[in-house]
Design a protein around this ligand. Structure first.
Ligand SMILES: [Zn+2]
Length: 116
């Protein structure tokens, strides 16, 4: 089992989920068509989700430019590494930019804490 996903992939799934939530919420407004205010609230909420998703997509774009491109040692595809440790976007191989962490078990916490 591989519980971790590449960070960029994770954010991308989140943005995609937001779009779906936005549409579902907007669709939900149909059920309240008797109450104009509820329709308005649902529509705005749905629109907010979709706008938020657009913002997240923009953010991914920014992150991608800052991420380091490396060739995955496992599948030999070019993937992007964000932070000190990340996963390959294609095969979920753990990758690190920090030579002191090489060979160690993958741990998401390396990104938060300083391990000296
Ligand atoms: Zn790979």
């Amino acid at each position: 089992m591989k519980p971790y996903k590449s960070k960029i992939n994770k954010i991308r799934s989140f943005a995609l989920a937001l779009i779906f939530i936005g549409f579902i919420v907007m669709y939900g407004a149909i059920f309240f068509k008797d109450n104009q205010w509820l329709v308005l609230i649902f529509m705005s909420l749905g629109l907010l989700c979709i706008l938020g998703s657009t913002a997240v997509y923009g953010w991914i774009g920014l992150l991608s430019t800052r991420a380091v491109q490396v060739e995955c040692p496992n599948c030999h595809k070019h993937t992007k590494v964000l932070g000190r440790v990340d996963m390959c976007m294609y095969c979920n191989e753990p990758l690190t930019l920090d030579p002191t962490l090489e060979g160690k078990d993958f741990d998401q916490s390396y990104n938060q804490k300083q391990h000296n």
